[in-house]
Design a protein around this ligand. Sequence first.
Ligand code: ZN
Length: 57
Amino acid sequence: MAKAHKLDCEAAAADCRFIIQSEDEEEAVELARKHMKDVHGQEYTDEELRADHLQVV
Ligand SMILES: [Zn+2]
């Protein structure tokens, strides 16, 4: 079974219910970075997102 890369934004921002889940890590990182910038006004690098925010489920 393929693994999925998941970002649960609630873990980073308590009032946000945004969840990303994708089997494509690049897509998950891209979506996560865009969400963090557009919604939370915070810039993360791909490495930061991979290391600190994305879970593999
Ligand atoms: Zn969010």
